[in-house]
Design a protein around this ligand. Sequence first.
Ligand SMILES: Cc1ncc(COP(=O)(O)O)c(C=O)c1O
Length: 412
Amino acid sequence: MSSYSLYTKAKSLFPGGVNSPVRYYPPSPKFMAEGTGSRLRDEDGQEYIDYCLAFGPMILGHSRKEVVDAIREQAGKATSLGTPGKLEIELGERIKSAIPSIEMLRFTNSGTESTMHAIRLARFFTGRSLILKIEGGFHGSHDYALESVPVSELKDASSRATIEIPYNDPDALHEAFRKFGKNIAAFILEPVLGNVGVVNPSPGYLKEARKITEEYGALLIFDEVITGFRSSYGAYQDIAGVRPDLTTLGKIVGGGLPVGVFGGREDIMKNVSPSGKFYQQGTFSGNALSMAAGISALDVLKQSDYRVPESNASRIAEEARMAFGKSGTDVRANVSGTMFTIFFNRNEVVDSRTAGASDRQLFSRYFNGLLENGIFIAASQMEASFLSFAHSNEDVGKTVEVIRAIAEKITD
Ligand SMILES: Cc1ncc(COP(=O)(O)O)c(C=O)c1O
């Protein structure tokens, strides 16, 4: 059945024909059949170089042999036992030794679950009600993270509300704590903003976040669902030199299978049931299949040279910046390690507001131009593109050529 026929069928089953809204793009999303290395193949047999990588997890590329072998082998033994097992320890130890702030952890099945429980735990531990987040920061689809109001609109400091401030704005951070600091249970943020496109922290911002949360007795939660193991074997917090109280992970640590983690200070994590009174559970948490995939992925990553995908990310971003610059198109290229975003924007992109001012029409032409020429990225200006260890020089070269050709035509 063709990709389009599948979409028509899917529309009667799933809202919008998809099982996650970011997968939709007009007029109809490609239904992919297979992924191998850096490539995807759709149901019509068309191949694409993939820079979406399932929204981040597939840093080793699709169907990486070591991971597939580990999944196959484990599937023959058990997929989910619902009992403790040694694979949880093996993956847990790897994560703990790679991310020193994680003294104790718990596995969940998604990033959404991890941030939800980290927020619940912060409220439980501090006895406070408010959560502070970054405008445009995404922590999964639950109300604690989706339903937020600007600091200026908060009516009742004792309510269980989530308030938001712009990223990279130390004054707004200080103001939020000056006004509501005693009621703030936690400040949760992606250390590199990834869900408005890639935006790096300005110098000193994360350290300031650490300082002020400590001063007011609020917990600092780094949501490293995207950044965990993305640009180094560990977390972004170590690149930044900031130790959060809690960290959330997902995506890469499951080796392509569903996973989530929340973890951090032992004195906080010890409150989690059954060692403490904070209740949290999951039927599939720590399931053997996800653990086996995660272990093998981390073992490959530990031996891998991150400088390769990092230099490929920089190369594509720089070439795109030059190509669009040459054609007189307003463009900004933000890079963080192995991820990047090309913003069609005249101004520097430093937060969600500046990202939001990008030209979506130009982005849409860029996206469709890439797709028509066999290159797949996430279908939104407000998303990151990811490099994997499977992308070859040839892939990157072809991508640069296609971008140059789009740049020449985009202002026509
Ligand atoms: C930073 C961040 N946190 C949390 C989540 C939610 O993770 P999941 O989609 O696994 O529920 C995402 C998803 O993209 C994310 O980017």
